[in-house]
Design a protein around this ligand. Sequence first.
Ligand SMILES: Nc1ncnc2c1ncn2[C@@H]1O[C@H](COP(=O)(O)OP(=O)(O)OP(=O)(O)O)[C@@H](O)[C@H]1O
Ligand SMILES: [Mg+2]
Length: 181
Amino acid sequence: MKDLSMHIMDILQNSTRAKANNITLEVLENYDADTLTLIFKDDGCGMSAETVEKVTNPFFTTRTTRKVGLGLPLLKQNTEMTGGSMKIDSEVGVGTTVTAVFGLTHLDRPPMGDLAGTMVLTIAAHPEIHFVLHFQRVKDGKEETDYVLDTDELYEALDGVSLQEPEVMAYIKEMVEENIR
Ligand SMILES: Nc1ncnc2c1ncn2[C@@H]1O[C@H](COP(=O)(O)OP(=O)(O)OP(=O)(O)O)[C@@H](O)[C@H]1O
Ligand SMILES: [Mg+2]
């Protein structure tokens, strides 16, 4: 994995594949705690306790097209390389929450990469899903940045204009970039 956005793309894809109607991603940069936390929450099909246990083992996947599922194991490995951790809370028929904590300034932490582009692409590919992105940056006890992108509000503001239009996607991407800079 080159950057965290690749992980984010993969974990969001797990949620869309799990037929979620609502997907929330929280990106929490905390310079005081020196942590970068990603929290993925979905209301998809969920996983049994047995599956959750197996899911961090790279030789497990319910997909038939490929033998190994690598998204979650790689994410876990990358968090641990930075002194962090990953955990999965899931319930069948209710949904799944994946929490990944990285050491923010750890030398082995992958860079964020193109978070705005990843979000806009994922959102545009699934107009039927309600997405919320919450980005927060805390430094010296203060919230430097606190930004929420909610697709309910986005579609209302777009007023019928399609997010699939390349110019619209580029515009939204720029807006997100500006807000999380
Ligand atoms: N949000 C989720 N809801 C329900 N099941 C999930 C969720 N995330 C992962 N899973 C289950 O865990 C398995 C492993 O996920 P993982 O991302 O590690 O691999 P994969 O998606 O199968 O393959 P890859 O990510 O390598 O394309 C999935 O196949 C799926 O069965
Ligand atoms: Mg996956």
